[in-house]
Design a protein around this ligand. Sequence first.
Ligand code: FNR
Length: 187
Amino acid sequence: MKKIKILAIVGSLRKESYNRQLALAAKEVIGDRADFELLEYHDIPLMNQDIEYPAPEAVKRVREAVKDADGIWFFTPEYNHFFSGVLKNLIDWLSRSISDKEPQVLAGKPAAISGISPAMAGTSLAQDHLVTLISFLNMDVMNVPRLTIPNAMQQLDSDGKLTLKASYPYLEKQADAYISFLQTRIK
Ligand code: FNR
């Protein structure tokens, strides 16, 4: 079987983002079981149908990265009980057909969802909204397990970096489950 390719989409553009750090920890946990890349998308424009066709170069690049992946693992922050605007903007671009002949690239892709926040709910509301959106786009969502990590501040070292001491076993469980989920879907 060919090596699985996982594309991580982090819903925060912040350099020190806890969700980005969580995605990097997930990469470490996945190890050599799959190729694991983080999607860089800070350069995609705001969705505006005036510039939709031909697609901007940055949009072409992210579409290709999604097309090429066997699975998409979302790492979402929670903004006002929702996922972030930058993530919605990215998904809006990805949700559009490339041309009359090529459909949108998210349909059918197996998806996992994780998130971390400093608050008690640990992104669960944001994740529920994200599930609604990506289910509408016909992604194949792994709903169990999802990973919600609350109280991020309790898992920081003295430099403010995420240690994930308490959450690491749950991340490992989710990674194992996602690898199995992907294996059942890849021919
Ligand atoms: C937040 N934050 C936040 N946290 C939360 O748990 N529930 C929420 O509804 C919100 N709302 C919210 C709105 C806006 C506009 C911002 C900027 C932030 C706090 C948020 O969880 C925190 O800043 C995280 O650190 C963001 O994730 P990253 O950037 O660390 O990945």
